[in-house]
Ligand binder design. Sequence first.
Ligand SMILES: NC(=O)C1=CN([C@@H]2O[C@H](COP(=O)(O)OP(=O)(O)OC[C@H]3O[C@@H](n4cnc5c(N)ncnc54)[C@H](OP(=O)(O)O)[C@@H]3O)[C@@H](O)[C@H]2O)C=CC1
Ligand SMILES: O=C(O)[C@@H]1CCC=N1
Length: 271
Amino acid sequence: MEFEDVARRGLVLIGCGKMGSAMLRGWIDGGVPPEAVWVRDPSPAPWLSEAGIRVNAPLPETPAVVLIAVKPQMMTEALPDLAAMGGGATLFISVAAGTSLATFERHLGSKAPIIRAMPNTPAAIGQGITAMIGNDRAGEGHLDLAEKLLRAIGEVVRLEAEEQMDAVTGLSGSGPAYVFHMIECMTAAGVAQGLSEELALELAKITVAGAGALARSAEESPAILRENVTSPNGTTQAGLKQLMNKENGLPPLMIRTIGAAAERSRELSRG
Ligand SMILES: NC(=O)C1=CN([C@@H]2O[C@H](COP(=O)(O)OP(=O)(O)OC[C@H]3O[C@@H](n4cnc5c(N)ncnc54)[C@H](OP(=O)(O)O)[C@@H]3O)[C@@H](O)[C@H]2O)C=CC1
Ligand SMILES: O=C(O)[C@@H]1CCC=N1
């Protein structure tokens, strides 16, 4: 079993909403025993107790890992009584957008190893991607443990500087929402062209999923894959002329979209 220390000393999850529960399911499927998990959440889902997880019970003194998955705005309420675990033996992992390592150090003390991670919701089906970076106290062993835990929900990349986290949040953290909206827009456009809603949605979903899977597995770049779809003077060329318009097409819109999300991440970290 990969998570012996976690199984022995325990894993505490602070906030078990959409992201926390997606990660927890991945860990349980990946071999973390439910009886080694403590969840703290004001409105816990019934499956947690049913699975044998300890819910809103007294926490162990020095768990192996504490995962913090509350909204950034709830942090000042959630952190104070975790300070007792900040002696160095417990690894803290936070997935909160815009909450800096320095903020955690203020609450948890300067000895605590802390890793900031930014996952995304495809984690719920093991197909997320998480970027992570640690504070000075987070050594190679801590980063390896965090990476092993995060691999249970998809790919993991390590960042070189904490500043990169704002752009990562704007791109891959928020990114699934952009893609879901693209599906919504493609569906509406199909309906506008005379398709039923049901058929248009099916076509849009499977097209986005298939193109994503192809982009991931193919050796060719997305640009080449795009060209492979585009026959000279054909239908795709006509569509792309609109979509790729440098003035009012997707390129400037995507710059604005990811820019606004990254800026909000910066704003959150300023408090
Ligand atoms: N959703 C996403 O796509 C992503 C989210 N994140 C980050 O993950 C974090 C959680 O987001 P998400 O899962 O979407 O949010 P949710 O609201 O779904 O989950 C947060 C959970 O924390 C609970 N909670 C509130 N206060 C406390 C507290 N003091 N102690 C313990 N639990 C508490 C909430 O309960 P209640 O609802 O009753 O208040 C809720 O169940 C955020 O910081 C976000 O930035 C990161 C990457 C992607
Ligand atoms: O919207 C948010 O703030 C969070 C962070 C990334 C995805 N959801």
